[in-house]
Design a protein around this ligand. Structure first.
Ligand SMILES: C[S@@+](CC[C@H](N)C(=O)[O-])C[C@H]1O[C@@H](n2cnc3c(N)ncnc32)[C@H](O)[C@@H]1O
Length: 101
């Protein structure tokens, strides 16, 4: 979908680096930057506002403040966010579940 502008944020610098290498290897026009979407100040959101943001198996790694993270994402999109994340009820023994109990 060459008509789309796609950007990626990632917490860990090695993850950013390998994402850039993969984009280059497969000739995929996606830009990546390091960002902690839970704690970063506004000036760390370097990409333009997008229509949507999505996460996949990422919010699940936050022990708490998932709502804060989603709220931060909503500040940088026009339409909304979507999330491919595990449902806690499917994982009764997990760090996320234990932190809620
Ligand atoms: C389980 S991996 C999933 C990676 C990829 N989305 C996938 O499905 O293969 C979770 C990713 O979320 C990132 N992540 C976790 N907390 C984050 C945060 N606060 N800000 C940005 N990225 C975060 C991790 O560094 C990691 O790369």
């Amino acid at each position: 979908m060459p008509q789309l502008d796609v950007y990626g944020y990632e917490l860990c610098p090695p993850g950013v680096e390998i994402s850039r290498l993969a984009a280059e290897k497969f000739d995929i026009p996606v830009s990546y930057e390091q960002l902690d979407y839970l704690r970063a100040p506004q000036d760390r959101y370097v990409f333009p506002k997008t229509d949507v943001a999505f996460t996949m198996f990422s919010i699940e790694q936050l022990p708490r403040d998932c709502g804060v993270a989603v709220g931060n994402m909503l500040d940088y999109v026009r339409l909304g966010t979507f999330h491919i994340e595990p449902v806690p009820e499917n994982y009764p023994i997990s760090l996320v579940r234990l932190s809620v109990v």
